[in-house]
Design a binder for this molecule. Structure first.
Ligand SMILES: Cc1cc2nc3c(=O)[nH]c(=O)nc-3n(C[C@H](O)[C@H](O)[C@H](O)COP(=O)(O)OP(=O)(O)OC[C@H]3O[C@@H](n4cnc5c(N)ncnc54)[C@H](O)[C@@H]3O)c2cc1C
Length: 353
């Protein structure tokens, strides 16, 4: 029998942040992942503390940013790679009426640290900004796909990773410990993203899949380095390539990219980019979103030592480090999880025992 402190299921951004935390805390663990339908592999990794549709700060933004730098800084040190780039988000105004709203909001105390009031009219080749644009600060990009790929390799080399599907029927509880095949662990943490829907212990929770598609394009020249945001975004990856996305589909939850998704992205790309380009990659993933748009973390209502780290929605890069901290403090030090993120907020409405 392999005797462990933790068993982690899923190596998206959530499971990876938890594994990193356990390495730092010198806890023993094994991570099981089937490496299929991983939203974190599709995510471009943009982090941005503002809801750009409504010009509002996101929940808990400053603390989430601090933890993002701590965790991805540690991934960089551990793996000897660079994953973090600080990049402004430039919000392109679609109509003149948006400008007074932006100016008014930039005086709001909660937003002032994140957005600049000034309207910019500097032109950049290929970028269409007829009404100008304005800057979001403290934003950037994590090269999430690369980070998780390098981390997977590290875990394999340390014998901490098993590539296989976790079979829920084989999980047993014995003397307060989890038993799975020839492994026994003090705690198990499920980090399956949208895969939660197949988990009989947690699939009562109101997790809604929202499919998103992304295109990688080869441009006819370099695009100024920033996240250019109108309805969709355009993000240069290097001198010749950009990512552009995204779609939000709650009906089609198949993991494959679609022609319809591609059409929608290309339609909105015209609002940002006027240069020539060629589509060279098209990917899709399912975001694990919750009805109240808050994460889902905590302990199962009845199964002790069975935990969940999920509900990262559209913002896995920002949320996963902070949520890992909350969950770890709860599991190891019984520190309460903030009510907004605690999965027990859904007990009354959804849990039938
Ligand atoms: C198109 C698109 C663009 C996005 N862009 C951004 C962005 O720019 N910035 C941002 O912050 N977020 C973005 N997101 C959101 C982000 O992808 C998610 O918030 C995040 O990836 C969720 O991470 P996760 O670890 O919870 O789940 P996932 O990344 O889906 O990982 C779950 C893992 O669990 C494994 N798994 C599931 N069930 C089992 C099982 N039974 N046995 C073994 N393994 C299992 C899967 O194989 C997978 O590897 C985007 C999402 C999409 C779809």
């Amino acid at each position: 029998m392999l005797k462990l402190d933790y068993l982690i299921i899923g190596q998206g951004v959530a499971g990876s942040c938890l594994a990193l935390k356990l390495i730092r805390q010198k806890k023993s663990f094994l991570l099981i992942d089937e490496d299929k339908h991983k939203a974190s592999k599709v995510a471009v990794g943009i982090f941005n503390p503002v809801v750009l549709k409504r010009f509002a700060p996101i929940w808990d933004a400053e603390a989430q940013l601090n933890w993002l730098y701590r965790y991805f800084g540690d991934f960089e040190k551990l793996l000897g790679q660079s994953f973090i780039s600080e990049l402004p988000v430039y919000r392109i105004f679609k109509q003149a009426e948006e400008i007074p709203v932006w100016k008014r909001k930039s005086k709001n105390e909660a937003l002032a640290t994140f957005i600049q009031a000034q309207i910019i009219h500097t032109k950049h080749p290929g970028i269409s900004t007829p009404f100008g644009y304005a800057k979001v600060k403290k934003s950037g990009r994590i090269r999430l796909k690369e980070c998780l790929q390098f981390f997977k390799q590290f875990l394999i080399e340390q014998n901490l990773y098993l590539q296989q599907r976790f079979d829920y029927d084989l999980l047993k509880m014995k003397n307060q410990r989890m038993v799975y095949k020839d492994i026994t662990a003090e705690r198990i943490v499920f980090c399956e993203g949208f895969g939660l829907k197949s988990n009989p212990l947690f699939n009562y929770l109101p997790l809604i899949g929202v499919k998103g598609e992304v295109l990688k394009i080869k441009t006819d020249g370099p695009v100024f380095p920033a996240v250019w945001k109108a309805f969709n975004f355009l993000l240069p990856d290097d001198e010749e390539h950009c990512y552009t996305a995204s779609t939000y589909d709650r009906d089609d939850l198949t993991p494959e990219p679609t022609e319809n998704g591609k059409r929608q992205i290309l339609k909105h790309l015209k609002e940002i980019y006027t240069g020539d380009f060629e589509v060279i990659e098209h990917t899709a993933g399912i975001r694990p979103t919750v009805i109240d748009r808050r994460p889902l973390i905590g302990e199962h209502p009845e199964w002790k030592n069975v935990f969940l780290l999920n509900g990262m929605g559209t913002r896995g890069t920002l949320l996963a480090p902070r949520m890992t901290e909350f969950l770890y403090d709860f599991m190891e030090h019984q520190k309460p999880i903030p009510a907004e993120a605690d999965l027990r907020r859904f007990d009354k409405l959804y849990y039938k025992n």
